[in-house]
Write a protein that binds this ligand. Structure first.
Ligand code: URA
Length: 214
């Protein structure tokens, strides 16, 4: 996808470290040990950019030498991994957002309706006050992400961002249409989906590669 055709509300995080880590993850020879490390490190890099405009409030502290007016985040952060591969991103994000809480969301395709169904939802009570970062390495059709965000909104979440490693035009279009208020951050936009809804060239099944269940 050329830069000119990136939809509004989508940020492609271009950075040499991001591209290099993503390439290691795409490589079919990369084993789960390295894949897990790269996914967590990539998530740390992505969240750094995705939180660039979070609101801060003044925080008056005293250094060993003098008073200082610094900054603290205005709102609490909740990381919301979509199971199961989102867990790998949450690990990297919690390294730099140590105070964040976690909301776990399990999504699967309903066999009859073919629509995304939520089979597990466990979120902290302060969703309405928090900045919620929904994470899933792959934005493919966009149905799981869209369903997960709808579930979070139903539970009270108001400020939601979506962070993924790989996306494609179909997933971006679907998620933007369903949730126009949710900004999407991605490391890359790939060509599209194959007949099994895998991203091409992609990296395969992120959950299988992370958990070694190939
Ligand atoms: N989920 C994955 O893990 N990989 C894809 O390519 C699409 C969805």
């Amino acid at each position: 996808m050329s830069t000119a055709s990136i939809p509004t509300g989508v940020t492609v995080i271009e950075h040499p470290l991001v591209r290099a880590k993503l390439t290691r993850m795409r490589d079919a020879r990369t084993q789960p040990l390295e894949f897990r490390a790269c996914l967590a490190e990539l998530a740390t890099l992505l969240v750094f950019e995705a939180t660039r405009d979070l609101e801060t409030r003044p925080d008056r502290i005293r250094t060993p030498l003098a008073d200082h007016e610094g900054a603290a985040l205005t709102r609490p952060v909740i990381v919301a991994p979509i199971l199961r591969a989102g867990l790998g991103m949450a690990e990297g994000i919690l390294r730099i957002l140590g105070d964040a809480s976690t909301a776990h969301i399990g999504m699967k395709r309903d066999e009859h309706t073919h629509l995304p169904a939520c089979y597990y939802f466990n979120a902290p009570a302060h969703l309405a006050e928090a900045e919620v970062l929904v994470v899933d390495p792959m934005l493919a059709t966009g149905h799981s992400a869209s369903g997960a965000i709808a579930r979070l909104k139903a539970a009270g979440a108001k400020r939601i961002r979506f962070i993924c490693c790989l996306s494609c035009p179909e997933g971006l279009a679907h998620l933007r249409a369903e949730h126009p208020g949710v900004h999407i951050f991605t490391a890359a936009v790939d060509d599209g989906l194959n007949e099994k809804a895998y991203i091409l060239p992609g990296l395969g099944d992120a959950g299988d590669r992370y958990f070694g269940t190939l």
